[in-house]
Design a protein around this ligand. Structure first.
Ligand code: KG4
Ligand code: ZN
Length: 334
């Protein structure tokens, strides 16, 4: 059953076609260049850009998949969470397509799509796990007992991990989104040159907090103004910030896996592209005897393939269709 899937929760306009667990196409049109000049995503501009991009992205996704609209058996779209006006564009367009084609429609939780994205291509290998979802807007630890049975263990009390990368990077003068830039600069920096706090790392709970780290970088830069003229020190600073964020993410994920007896750890969301996070999770899982599933880089950042794959599995497991007059849920919980 070809499923047409749509994702517009933030600043990527994405349409995918999936069939029998395979991804026939996954077109992602990024708006990063548009938002960079504002230092972050401007919701109203994102929505207008989705409106502009959606028709051509949808047509390209169908063409690349080699299917016509008439071949589509079901339509899916991100229902929430996300930026309300951005969500609205893709969700309402997808409902209209389902209505026109007289096919079932399903609204998908964006976090749930991230949560199961590490299993794309191998749901047969699924294992119960503790899952880290780290993106620009969210940092969540979840326990997944079986497919579609999961609960949140903890989440961030303030800034998300990606937000911390982006905001500390902005303080250093890096363009939005700063996460990938910090990743690159940190490669040639010394993570031990500067020591930053690792908030809640020893706290027994599963919640995160990154705003204190951001503040400490702000004060550090205020107290070391000359540093910005020294390339080596900027690279050390990036490595130090990255190490602080990664240490917290890895320590808390491993502790949650130990405590819940999970045996397997997964990670997804944009920050999971970070090379040091991937490496540290591999090391820590290896030492602790946990299996590890990291979402492939192309499925870490927002994309419609993860929406379609989850929707197809839900259809096949008998989940009822979402009404065509259902509304977006910008604050939808996992
Ligand atoms: O999942 P995503 O595409 O969008 C949201 O749902 O938020 O994640 C975007 C976030 C941004 O904060 C970006 O800086 C971060 O992922 N990111 C990275 C890397 N690549 C993307 N952070 C650190 N290292 C990276 N390599
Ligand atoms: Zn996301």
């Amino acid at each position: 059953m070809p499923v047409l899937a749509v994702e517009t929760s933030c600043d990527e306009t994405s349409v995918a076609v999936v069939r029998d667990g395979a991804i026939l196409s996954n077109v992602v049109s990024s708006q990063i260049a548009l938002h960079t000049e504002y230092g972050g995503v401007v919701p109203e501009l994102a929505a207008r850009e989705h409106l502009r991009n959606f028709p051509s992205v949808a047509r390209t996704a169908l063409a690349q998949a080699g299917v016509s609209a008439a071949d589509i058996d079901a339509v899916a779209a991100t229902q929430g969470p996300g930026l309300p006006t951005a969500l609205l564009v893709g969700f309402k367009a997808a409902q209209a397509i389902a209505f026109a084609l007289r096919k079932p429609f399903i609204g998908i939780n964006h976090h749930e799509a991230h949560l199961y994205s590490p299993w794309i291509g191998d749901f047969a290998g699924f294992q119960p796990n503790v899952s880290l979802i780290v993106s620009g807007g969210h940092t969540i630890l979840a326990r997944v007992e079986s497919l579609f049975h999961h609960h949140v263990l903890g989440s961030t009390l303030d800034d998300a991990a990606g937000e911390c990368f982006d905001k500390t990077g902005k303080l250093i003068g890096l363009p939005y989104p700063a996460g990938p830039e910090i990743d690159k600069l940190a490669e040639h920096g010394d993570p031990k040159a500067f020591d930053f706090p690792r908030p809640l790392i020893n706290d027994a709970g599963d919640d995160f907090s990154f705003s204190g780290l951001k503040t400490s970088v702000r004060y550090f830069l205020r107290d070391n103004p000359g540093l910005m003229n020294d390339g080596k020190k900027i690279r050390d600073l990036c490595a130090g910030i990255q190490a602080a964020i990664v240490d917290v993410l890895v320590a808390k994920t491993i502790r949650a896996a130990e405590r819940t007896g999970a045996g397997c750890v997964t990670a997804s969301g944009g920050v999971t592209c970070n090379r040091v996070l991937r490496r540290e999770l591999e090391d820590a899982c290896g030492k602790n005897g946990f299996a590890l599933r990291l979402a492939e880089n192309k499925f870490c950042t927002d994309n419609a393939a993860m929406i379609g794959i989850l929707a197809e599995r839900k259809f096949l497991s008998g989940v009822t269709a979402t009404p065509l007059d259902a509304e977006i849920e910008p604050g939808m919980a996992l």
